[in-house]
Design a protein around this ligand. Structure first.
Ligand SMILES: NC(=O)c1ccc[n+]([C@@H]2O[C@H](COP(=O)([O-])OP(=O)(O)OC[C@H]3O[C@@H](n4cnc5c(N)ncnc54)[C@H](OP(=O)(O)O)[C@@H]3O)[C@@H](O)[C@H]2O)c1
Length: 246
């Protein structure tokens, strides 16, 4: 089950947190992982994967740079001859009440969390169509499903990923390409460590399973949707949120 041997996977935002856990699990299942992050940030992830006997390469890519994304995909295609899996994970938050939100805070979040998913998906689509197979998984958020005060930009980007994925799923289903979304709740990473203890506590109190999630919880869902076993699942949102939104 969930054997990804011979598959080539691109994971954005693979330097830490959820992206790193996803890259690590896909590699452990046999995929060759292109681990993307800015500068040389993905180097540690790649070194750790290789130390475990997995296959990975770093890609220095800012996902808001269309040319850099296209070059990454073209390079991976040239070296490996195929792209099987894209995980749109890179994401940022710039929280602010809407009345005070600067245009720059809105634009940065939309560019990184939503526009980059469009750019990455468009870049991998041609090879996937040629192969007549592919898996695109985007990391949304429970906030994209429920909204959250102070996160209008983030919620819009994460809800946007859901609409984007459903539309694309319908476009490419006939080519045997599936497009799905994983919507994590509150997961222990740098992003949530940046929240105050009070905000973390308030959120945790709303989680029926009584704990924050771990990056491995999200990685398992992504690995499933990327696998052959999920070949009849498309246009879906898989919530990994401890029950905080049902
Ligand atoms: N943690 C949670 O509770 C939670 C809940 C729901 C959804 N999510 C979503 O899950 C995803 C990962 O979150 P996380 O908590 O693991 O975040 P994180 O620890 O802050 O990591 C963010 C990742 O995104 C990358 N990134 C940010 N901007 C980038 C850019 N312009 N170009 C390339 N890479 C960029 C970072 O790479 P660099 O090294 O280049 O900075 C890093 O690898 C995000 O989309 C987030 O919205 C998280």
């Amino acid at each position: 089950m969930f054997d990804l041997s011979g598959k080539v996977a691109i994971v954005t935002g693979a330097s830490r947190g959820i992206g790193r856990a996803v890259a690590t699990l896909l590699a452990a299942r046999g995929a060759h992982v292109v681990a993307a992050a800015r500068g040389d940030h993905a180097g540690e992830t790649v070194a750790a994967i290789r130390a475990e006997g997995g296959r990975a390469e770093p890609a220095a890519v800012d996902v808001t740079d269309t040319g850099a994304v296209e070059a990454m995909v073209a390079g991976a295609l040239e070296r490996h001859g195929r792209i099987d899996i894209l995980v749109n994970n890179a994401g940022i938050a710039r929280d602010q009440l809407l009345l005070r939100m600067k245009r720059e805070e809105w634009d940065q979040v939309i560019a990184t969390n939503l526009t980059a998913a469009y750019v990455c998906a468009q870049a991998v689509l041609r090879p996937m169509i040629k192969q007549r197979s592919g898996r695109i998984v985007s990391i949304s958020s429970v906030v994209g499903q429920t909204g959250n005060a102070g996160q209008a930009n983030y919620a819009a980007s994460k809800a946007g990923l859901i609409g984007f994925s459903k539309a694309l799923a319908r476009e490419v289903a006939s080519r045997n390409i599936t497009v799905n979304v994983v919507a994590p709740g509150l997961i222990e990473t740098d992003m949530t460590r940046a929240l105050t203890a009070k905000v973390q506590g308030d959120w945790a109190a709303q989680i029926p399973l009584g704990r924050l999630g771990e990056t491995a919880d999200v990685a398992a869902a992504v690995c499933f949707l990327a696998s052959d076993e999920a070949s009849y699942i498309t246009g879906q949102v898989l919530a990994v949120n401890g029950g905080m939104y049902m």
